[in-house]
Design a protein around this ligand. Structure first.
Ligand SMILES: O=C(O)c1ccccc1NCC(=O)[C@H](O)[C@H](O)COP(=O)(O)O
Length: 216
């Protein structure tokens, strides 16, 4: 079976960057709806950008301990929105919106990812990120050896990825998807089309190497 690592590009704020990510082959586009982030955009702006996405490219709304009304407003404004909870949201809170969600896990020594995955068993995927100040978007790689051999959930590898290291991550961990923000930026929220392209190419090259190895 051909393995195709899905790609999420996060923290987009500009139309041209959304176009560049879609053209480079991104499967999901993340909009930061966390006001404290330097990449934050309004819900209206996220809805505008989401409306430009072609079929089969998923808008992802990123929240950190947001109020219920805020999340419900986002779901109403962007019906196809995939929710990403990146704060301290409980399983019950994540499940209460009755739509698919990604749950972020902030990886650190001693963190029990298997137990976390069992707690958030209804998550569509677990996004494994570094444990950084400000909850996320830190551009920091966590120790991948902290990931147990078997995680009972689709894994999105995240945290400090870029075109230079993502291939190694795909080959070593074979994640369901990868996610990047800082590694494809000129500045926070300002993406670089060339970096996006090279990131996606690196993922495709790693997938091809996995496919080649599997068919030998
Ligand atoms: O992107 C942000 O500014 C952000 C702020 C607060 C919580 C989460 C945030 N981003 C979530 C993401 O999914 C990022 O892509 C992920 O943290 C990886 O970021 P990076 O290490 O910069 O690639």
């Amino acid at each position: 079976m051909t393995h195709r690592t899905r790609i999420k590009i996060c923290g987009l704020t500009r139309d041209a960057d959304v176009r560049a990510a879609v053209e480079a082959g991104a499967d999901a586009i993340g909009f930061v709806l966390y006001p404290a982030s330097p990449r934050a955009i309004s819900l209206d702006r996220a809805a505008e950008l989401a409306a430009t996405l072609p079929p089969f490219v998923t808008p992802v709304g990123l929240f950190v301990n947001a109020g219920r009304d805020e999340i419900e407003a986002a779901c109403a404004a962007i019906p196809t929105l995939l929710l990403q909870f990146h704060g301290d949201e409980t399983p019950a809170t994540c499940e209460s919106f009755e739509r698919p969600f990604i749950r972020a896990a902030r990886m650190a020594p001693g963190f029990d990812l298997v137990d976390f995955a069992l707690q958030y068993a209804s998550a569509a995927a677990l996004l494994l990120d570094a444990h950084v100040e400000g909850y996320g978007g830190g551009g920091k790689v966590f120790d991948w050896s902290l990931i147990p051999p078997s995680v009972p959930a689709p894994v999105v590898l995240s945290g400090g990825l870029n075109a230079a290291n993502v291939g190694e991550g795909v080959l070593a961990l074979r994640p369901w998807a990868v996610d990047v923000s800082s590694g494809v930026e000129q500045a926070k929220g300002i993406k670089d089309a060339g970096l996006i392209r090279r990131f996606c190419e690196a993922v495709r090259e790693a997938d091809a190497r996995l496919e080649d190895a599997a068919t030998r």
